[in-house]
Design a protein. Structure first.
Length: 245
């Protein structure tokens, strides 16, 4: 049964199902869908992107038209492996409170001196990206527009646009299209336009036909920018503060 909050979010273009945990702030374009996922920190999500169940996203910027499968982890926090210890007692006082902050035993040993901020990087996912089931995306990297990450892949470095990567660590399997087609798609940046003039007029399986039609519409000034409504949800601890941007 749809809750009052789910109905309210749906009315502004955020379709949720199951338990969705939102972080400090979530900025999204209408419409977006999230199913039983956890967002941590501040995240931005572009229109027509959906996030499936059991995903966790930390401090992530996601473009439009992205497909995120189940059990995907994007940008989880990291530990300093070249410090004295990887345990958060060496750095965690100025970070988000951890599970031990309230205990006297922890307060006696935790480093309270101002130190370097860690885990503040944003992970960037371009538009038209597909993240496969169970994939892991390292904090701070960029997944280029049109890229595909295979199921169970562990991505530890940037992925170029329209590349398909897989494995541990992930490596390029192949490109989605030839270089000419990729360059045309990147030049067009079709995700920034209202695609209504294309409806029922092209075969989307014929990529070159779609590209040619987009160029024609653009040259005829019939391809208009897509400017969806945007909202920011702020988690106040007592509920969500919803503001239109």
């Amino acid at each position: 049964m749809e809750t009052n909050l789910q109905a309210q979010l749906k009315s502004i273009g955020l379709v949720t199902a199951g338990h969705v945990a939102l972080g400090e702030t979530t900025t999204f374009e209408k419409p977006v869908a999230i199913t039983a996922a956890k967002l941590i920190g501040s995240n931005t999500i572009g229109a027509f992107t959906y996030i499936n169940a059991s995903c966790e996203l930390w401090q992530t910027s996601i473009g439009r038209y992205c497909s995120i499968a189940e059990y995907v982890a994007v940008g989880p926090n990291e530990h300093p492996i070249d410090w004295f210890s990887t345990c958060p007692f060496t750095y965690n006082w100025n970070q988000r409170p951890g599970p031990f902050h309230e205990y006297e035993e922890y307060q006696r040993i935790v480093n309270k001196q101002a130190g370097p901020e860690i885990n503040q990087q944003t992970t960037t996912i371009g538009s038209d990206v597909w993240l496969g089931h169970g994939s892991f995306i390292k904090k701070g990297i960029t997944i280029g527009h049109g890229a595909v990450v295979a199921a169970r892949a562990v991505v530890t470095s940037d992925v170029p646009p329209y590349h398909i990567v897989g494995g541990i660590p992930a490596k390029t399997i192949r490109k989605r299209f030839d270089d000419k087609t990729i360059n045309q798609l990147l030049e067009l940046q079709w995700w920034n336009y209202d695609l209504a003039p294309m409806q029922n007029k092209v075969d989307y399986a014929n990529v070159q036909q779609v590209i040619d039609q987009l160029y024609q519409l653009k040259n005829d000034n019939k391809l208009q920018p897509f400017t969806p409504k945007q909202y920011t949800l702020t988690n106040t601890g007592r509920g969500l503060d919803i503001k239109a941007k």
